[in-house]
Design a protein around this ligand. Structure first.
Ligand code: DX5
Ligand code: ZN
Length: 232
């Protein structure tokens, strides 16, 4: 893999548009447009209709996205039994895979994270808004990224939950005392206003679906998320 994630750590804000909000009737064009607009990673939301109350897409679509871009693919698995599907997402070109910590995800978190890393992929862990930070804390030393969900997963276009910023602050505090930092990602309801709040609290990776793909000018939307109008 030739993508350099580590260089990004804490150095700058990473924008990861979620293709869930893209127009799938012209997905290829959408991918090219967000790449040209300055996206850093592409976030792929995988939903199985069990762990979350929605079904999105699977490895075949991720393979298609992989063909259309050289940007890192950030795969967010909102599914049960992630360990069964991880190899398939790695095979089609995932660069990072994030799994859920909740017992309802029905997998052995330690084993799945190890499986992801041993395949040369970055490993992420995430938690729903209702889940306590204490559940992810023991794993922080074994992951590359913590994803703090700022909506209950399943659907795009929901309202950002500012009460989740405490988790972002706790992850940022953990990073301070460690040499090997983890990326802190937020996902759900991210727009220019909530991006500011997330960054101020310590997030460095912003996932955004609606605020990018439902805007007229993707480059402008991405600049606004970075908080640097005029600079990509
Ligand atoms: C939520 C997904 C998100 C979602 C974000 O279930 O994990 O990635 O697509 O969409 P917006 O930015 O519209 O909240
Ligand atoms: Zn997501």
């Amino acid at each position: 893999m030739h993508y350099s994630f580590t260089a990004s750590l804490m150095a700058r804000i990473i924008i990861a548009p979620s293709v869930l909000a893209a127009d799938f009737s012209r997905l290829s064009d959408e991918i090219h447009r967000i790449e040209t607009a300055g996206a850093d990673w592409i976030h792929c939301d995988i939903m199985d209709g069990h762990f979350v109350d929605n079904i999105s897409f699977g490895p075949d679509i991720v393979r298609f996205v992989r063909k259309e871009t050289s940007l890192p693919l950030d795969v967010h698995l909102m599914i049960e039994h992630a360990e069964h599907y991880v190899p398939r997402f790695i095979k089609v070109g995932a660069n990072s895979i994030t799994v859920h910590v909740e017992p309802e995800a029905k997998h052995d978190v330690v084993k799945t994270l190890r499986q992801i890393r041993e395949a040369g992929c970055r490993a992420g862990l995430t938690l729903n808004p209702e889940t306590a930070f204490d559940l992810v804390e023991p794993f922080l030393g074994t992951i590359d990224m913590l994803l703090v969900m700022t909506v209950h997963p399943g659907f795009g276009g929901q309202e950002f939950r500012a009460d989740q910023m405490e988790k972002v602050r706790r992850a940022a505090a953990w990073n301070k005392s460690r040499e090997r930092k983890i990326d802190i990602e937020v996902d759900g309801g991210i727009n220019d206003r909530t991006a500011r709040i997330s960054i101020e609290n310590g997030a460095n990776v912003l996932v955004a679906g609606t605020s990018i793909f439902h805007s007229k000018d993707y480059a402008k939307a991405i600049r606004e998320l970075r908080g640097v109008p005029g600079v990509n």
